[in-house]
Design a protein around this ligand. Sequence first.
Ligand code: C2E
Ligand code: MG
Ligand code: MG
Ligand code: MG
Length: 278
Amino acid sequence: NAKRSSRNCVKIYDRGEPNQLDLDDSIAELLRTALAAKRVSLVYQPIYNITSRRIEAVEALMRLTGSDGKSVAPDVFIPIAERMGLILPLGLWAIRTACEELLTDGHVPKVSVNVSVVQLQSPGFGLAVAAILAEANVSPRRLVLEITEGLKIEGKTEAIKSIRELHSMGVEVWLDDFGTGFAGLSCIREITFDAVKIDRSFLHASSAPRGAQMLKNIVDLVRGTGCETIIEGVETPEQLLVAAKEGVDYAQGYHLNRPMPAEGIRALSPWGKEALKA
Ligand code: C2E
Ligand code: MG
Ligand code: MG
Ligand code: MG
């Protein structure tokens, strides 16, 4: 049930509550009109190069606003959108919007957008992404797609085909939440990722002796496959130091910046934050 708990959004329900189906229905209703009613938006969180302290990319995170004005967490509405088939239009909207909001000039080098396996499995996804990039006049090298490890990509030939197609276009592909599922090891063996995001649970456990060793081993394992490493969920200066000491390439987390609207990103210094001097 961990996936259901919201992170920085208002938590609206737990699985097992008697009215869960009603709530799923009301979120479904909200989603049906969300694009037209402009109830979806993107916030962005910087990802810093730990060595140069510069922003390497910003991750786009989707937000859905309910009729009461409260935010519904993506961990809640994304699975519903997937079941309804709405993730396809929403997902393409996210890529198009991220390109328009932040890639029409050189203010940030890259934008990463999360994609669901449902999108990757839909035939023509690669072509649709190519069309968006061409229309926005943005180089494919400035787009990153994040795929979560929990997706169990194995055996999903259409999804693997999409990843290869995107790669050959020059789009980067990152594996998200590494270490949270059982699929991670076979995933990094079968598919070439440009970078792997190590799940924040490993960083948060790193203050314990066994945790520190595990983080080190995971970083070494990922690096051994030739991928760059990104650490998620940096919440304290100490955690940033741990990541730096282990030689992690990139860092993201509340200690550096909270997710923010595009205007907030434009107002940041491209040379990074004081926090990285720690
Ligand atoms: P994710 O891709 O792993 O995104 C990172 C999540 O961690 C975000 O939650 C972010 O706000 C949160 N976070 C960032 N820094 C910290 C930190 O220092 N500490 C903690 N505790 N959390 C931090 P968010 O925005 O609620 O998104 C949750 C998940 O929903 C994402 O996890 C991603 O899997 C999914 N998601 C979000 N937007 C999209 C989208 O446009 N499409 C798809 N398919 N999935 C999305
Ligand atoms: Mg992500
Ligand atoms: Mg995730
Ligand atoms: Mg993640």
